[in-house]
Design a binder for this molecule. Structure first.
Ligand SMILES: NC(=O)c1ccc[n+]([C@@H]2O[C@H](COP(=O)([O-])OP(=O)(O)OC[C@H]3O[C@@H](n4cnc5c(N)ncnc54)[C@H](OP(=O)(O)O)[C@@H]3O)[C@@H](O)[C@H]2O)c1
Length: 240
């Protein structure tokens, strides 16, 4: 069987790093991208299969766009692009610095990469785009309004691209990954529950990718929380 090729934007840590390992073990040639090049180099040494690395900061659109296209060209094409890069922090004081970083990475940065990936797959006639949103996308969160809003943006954006993919009648797939709590540098706070390890989360994400799912809650039981969040009336939600 011929090797498939994947790029992970945000491969230096957390779920992106674990996904890189799973893909490499499963015979994918993997392109690893993020800002912390030292971590990408360390990861590259550990992975069993062929890898490429590229230092990319998605908040620098011109340079990031050029480098992302370069990476696709260096790999001589790609079948799967996963956008795992993300930023989030609690922001009770609505500190603009946190809001801006959230918007720059999760909204502008995400859109930049998605808008290179999707037209690339359309021109190639096949491909799979995966974005990591969050169950936080389902309702606004008082502790981090920009984070929940940015994740709602990602989910809606992916749905729009999926509609285009279906109408293209080409084998192009778009998967929205909605994790609950996963133990990574990003998960902060004391009231966390059902916390998955990054490895467990990545294993379930890989399964969702393999099955070409439209949407996957990670871990699976977060589907229940999602259902509750969507159904909960405002008066009750506001008391939480
Ligand atoms: N952990 C959770 O509980 C949880 C829950 C739901 C959704 N998520 C989402 O899952 C995704 C992965 O996060 P994680 O939990 O695995 O945390 P993480 O370990 O902090 O991973 C974040 C990744 O994003 C990259 N990144 C951040 N800013 C970037 C930038 N400007 N340019 C390029 N890459 C950038 C980081 O790489 P560099 O710093 O090296 O650039 C890192 O590889 C995120 O989108 C996050 O919002 C996480």
């Amino acid at each position: 069987m011929s090797e498939k090729k994947a790029i992970i934007m945000g491969a230096s840590s957390g779920m992106g790093k674990e996904l890189a390992t799973i893909l490499s073990v499963n015979n994918f040639i993997v392109g690893l991208a993020a800002r912390r090049i030292n971590l990408l180099e360390e990861l590259q040494k550990k992975l069993p299969g062929k890898t490429y690395i590229k230092q990319i900061d998605v908040t620098k659109p011109e340079e990031a766009g050029r480098k992302f296209r370069e990476l696709i060209a260096e790999m001589d094409g790609v079948d799967l692009i996963i956008i795992s890069s993300g930023y989030g922090d609690m922001n009770r004081d609505l500190d603009w610095k946190i809001e801006k970083e959230t918007i720059d990475v999760n909204v502008s940065g995400f859109t930049l990469i998605a808008d290179i990936a999707f037209p690339y797959f359309i021109s190639k006639g096949a491909g799979h785009l995966v974005g990591i949103s969050s169950v936080a996308a389902l309702r606004g969160l008082r502790g981090s309004p920009s984070y929940s809003a940015s994740k709602a943006y990602i989910s809606n954006y992916l749905e729009g691209l999926r509609q285009r993919a279906v109408r293209s009648r080409k084998p192009i797939y778009v998967t929205d990954i909605m994790p609950g709590f996963v133990k990574t540098a990003m998960s902060k706070g004391n009231n966390l529950f059902w916390v998955a390890s990054a490895r467990e989360a990545a294993a379930q994400i890989y399964e969702a990718i393999r099955k070409k799912k439209n949407l996957a809650y990670i871990t699976r039981r977060w589907r229940l929380i999602a259902w509750l969040m969507k159904l909960m009336p405002d008066w009750l939600y506001n008391k939480l």
